[in-house]
Design a protein around this ligand. Structure first.
Ligand code: UDX
Length: 461
């Protein structure tokens, strides 16, 4: 099929490249000429593992190209995807202006049987609104508009497309549903469930999915706080509850609070939809508040561990991206935590394998380092904010020798406490007992005398 993707961002680029990989002819269109020219030269606006290779392979096969000539591309399209941004408005609702502009831009050039598919995350009722908008531009000759939300995670987007848990196809016209089914046939034939429903349900599924996933993260963060007070271990609790198929083990890792371009935006939009629909989403409203608060609270914890005076103290931040395997800094915990530490007079050294360029736009007065070891040099404490694989295998002896202080704060729980402490460092994380060299020695001594770890864990530091 001839497919046009309006919007060459995270979703449009990945979806366009994957549809080309399925055998369709895809043209990605964007209003940003420079972005299109850069992509044409192989310079992508985003880092997504495997995407550059997938784009190059399908460009080589002549199945994927990039253009700024929207009229020509749309006039020969069987399907036009709208994959433009839907940023948050101050009241939490989403700004649909880019979607509406795209709809107006394509309207005059559409063939009567072309299907429009909204891929952007939009509030319930948007597909119907776009259908009206386009009909108005076409002397009331409507075209079919479907909703096909994405469930792609940054850092694993290609796998999430090719091995999707399900494809949600929202259409209010029969022929629209059939055309979408034909587009995704190669995936459906591999056994990926295909959910046929109306456009409003499809739009709600996207928000409800993200709101629930965010809620799961907020819940495990609360459980981590509870474990700290009850001397529990959140990893053991997460394992014990996650084995229940009704709960599932995914998304039960405590962290500094969720970030990214989706969860924060989508939870706010979900709450706004609830208010508008007379069904206030108090659970999600509380989640949003607590998630924002968590980032500030963790900054206070770091300051407490630094002690006073703080001016002249140095903290080394390992990881600034909102999560591993991306360079995306949108609503990353570092954007809250670093400025709060600096405001208290703390000097910041930082390292991130991918996000330094994007982080440097948002974070000022940071001493950026080329490795975690240079970041650790003369640091009074180290804070791990992003779960980059390389941090899981740090040479802790080298880190200990480089540091001025003795403390490692691991807000992603990626290090083994005992391994850290064996190098004379003090280790704290989320939802697990704090460990110090003296406590480890006491453990060893009591282990010899037959005492149980929990007796030690329960004893004061
Ligand atoms: C999310 C949804 O997962 C995806 O389905 C949707 O299409 C887009 O939004 P993404 O924002 O890329 O994807 O990242 P995700 O992996 O979901 O993580 C979101 C945030 O939650 C990150 O800040 C991450 O660090 C955090 N997180 C995730 C946790 O704190 N704990 C977890 O167990 C999982």
């Amino acid at each position: 099929m001839n497919v046009v993707m309006i919007g060459a961002g995270y979703v449009g680029l990945t979806t366009g490249a994957c549809l080309a990989e399925l055998g369709h002819d895809v043209c990605c269109v964007d209003v940003d000429d420079q972005k299109i020219m850069n992509i044409d030269r192989g310079r992508l606006p985003i880092y997504e593992p495997g995407l550059a290779e997938l784009i190059a392979a399908n460009r080589g096969r002549g199945r994927l190209n990039f253009s700024c000539d929207l009229p020509s591309a749309v006039s020969v399209a069987d399907i036009v995807f709208i994959a433009v941004g839907t940023p948050s408005r101050p009241d939490g609702d989403i700004d649909l202006s880019h979607v509406e502009t795209a709809a107006r831009d394509i309207a005059p050039h559409l063939r009567p049987d072309t299907l429009i598919v909204i891929k952007s995350t939009v509030v319930a009722g948007t597909a119907r609104r776009v259908r009206q908008l386009i009909a108005q531009q076409r002397q009331n000759r409507p075209v079919a508009v479907a909703s096909n939300p994405e469930f792609l995670r940054e850092g694993s987007a290609i796998a999430d497309f090719m091995n999707a848990d399900r494809i949600v196809a929202g259409s209010d016209e029969e022929e629209a549903g059939a055309k979408l089914a034909a587009l995704y046939r190669p995936l459906v034939e591999r056994g990926i469930p295909y959910v046929r429903t109306g456009t409003i349900n499809a739009e709600l599924i996207k928000y409800a999915a993200n709101a629930f996933l965010a809620l799961k993260i907020g819940f495990i963060n609360d459980v981590a706080d509870l474990c700290e007070g009850a001397e529990g271990d959140v990893a053991a609790v997460a394992e014990g509850i996650g084995l229940d198929r009704r709960i599932g083990s995914a998304f039960l890792s405590p962290g500094p609070g969720f970030g990214g371009s989706c969860f924060p935006k989508d939870t706010r939009a979900f709450a706004a939809t609830g208010r508008r629909s007379g069904a206030q989403q108090t659970l999600i409203e509380t989640l949003i508040r607590k998630n924002d608060e968590r980032k500030r609270l963790l900054a206070q914890r770091i300051l407490q561990q630094l002690g006073s005076p703080r001016s002249g103290k140095r903290a080394a931040i390992l990881g600034t991206a909102f999560k591993a395997n991306t360079d995306d800094m949108r609503e990353a915990a570092a954007l809250t935590i670093v400025p709060l530490l600096q405001k208290a007079g703390v000097e910041i050294a930082a390292h991130d394998p991918r996000a330094r360029a994007t982080a440097s736009v948002h974070l000022t007065d940071v001493h950026w380092c080329d490795s975690p070891y240079t970041a650790a040099k003369d640091a009074d404490l180290i804070v791990i904010l992003t779960e980059w694989p390389e941090y899981r295998h740090l040479d802790l002896g080298r880190i200990a020798r480089a540091m001025r202080g003795r403390r490692i704060i691991d807000y992603r729980n990626i290090l083994e406490p005992k391994k850290v402490v064996q190098h004379g460092l003090e280790y704290s994380s989320l939802g697990r007992p704090k460990l110090t060299p003296s406590r480890l020695q006491k453990t060893a001594a009591q282990a010899e005398s037959g005492s149980r770890w929990t007796d030690i864990a329960a004893s004061p530091l």
